[in-house]
Design a protein around this ligand. Sequence first.
Ligand code: 17E
Ligand code: FE2
Length: 418
Amino acid sequence: MYDLLLRQCRLLQTDRTIAEVDVAIKGGAIVEIAPNITGSAKLTLDIQGQLVSPPFVESHIHLDSALTAGEPRWNQSGTLFEGIEIWRERKQNLSLEDVKARAIETLRQQAVQGVLFVRSHADVSETSLTALQALLEVREEVKDWMTLQVVAFPQDGIYGSPQNDILIEKSLDMGADVVGGIPHYELTREDGVKSVHRIFELAQKYDRLIDIHCDETDDHQSRFLEVVAANAIHTDLGARVTASHTTAFGSYDNAYAIKLLGFLRRTQINFIANPLINITLQGRTDSYPKRRGVTRVKELWQQNMNVSFGHDCIQDPWYSLGTGNMLDVAFMGLHVCQMTGIAEIDACYDMVTWNGAKTLNLTDRYGIEVGKPANLIVLNARDRYDAIRRRATVHYVISQGKLLVRTESSRTMWHNDY
Ligand code: 17E
Ligand code: FE2
């Protein structure tokens, strides 16, 4: 007797081919994948040839600031820097209850839309470490249905004020999964370089992953990605390292960018682009032509580097919109990065699924295969291209072997006399 049986799936497999099969689940794991499985289950779902995919992965979001747009004021300039200032005001009155309630509401919103793996930054440049404490508690509270990784992210810089270096180390003691940073926002280039070295030192000391907000600026002289690459090469930690945003990479001249790309290929660094946010935050000091302000996603992908797409913000000082829908993210990403070829569109789907799982170092438990944890979603689509094009509805979300969410189709009636 299975716990759950999914009949007539169009299963998106790890090799990205589609198989018409049934999927059987028991004890939280996938136990059989085959056409016409015999046997019964406590719950059988007729999938009717819809697409069954591994869940979406949100590789980059700030849950501590989610759902605060307009508090205490709206971002008028639309820049990263005004966002940081507004958040500095808002974070003066954080409480555990405030952060936890917004984070959980956001995670629920994400789960409804098929996201079951999330990496969130928590601002740790605030002396009470309330945001971090709250997200660590949330990580525990949601763990039966959502996997949450927490990054100790020093929004105001590790060397921006004297206590920040102590706070980031304390955050790792408290249990943050990932060490963060923001070298382009340190007071000087020297401090920025020093911060990257410090991040690697902390990651090694505490055995944690690394995810750095890196070169999130249109300043073509912001060159901390090369420092990250050098550290990754020297430490051989590349696969455990992520460079987020790297928007300046889109502003470097080709002579430098092509050299850098060669160095990056010697690492296994992961990249995260946040197209919804950076298409709006960047380019604000340009008149025309106006830059897109997104990193070189297509070129990194063509070089077989691991790139994922993140949402970054949902209704916060940096971005007042968003629902957490990763197909919106992929849709925006393919437009901004001009990834309109069919293989490129499929790649954009991978950037919100498999590639994100790789960034989070979760590949061994991700994907729909016998023996793996039963995490999967059912989309009203035929394939990856169709899912992105129509930003398909997620009808079922199955987390750790249990049905977590069911969403009914909205029904449109075409009038008989037309
Ligand atoms: N903080 C930051 O430095 N950059 C961002 N894009 C967000 C917060 C959302
Ligand atoms: Fe971010």
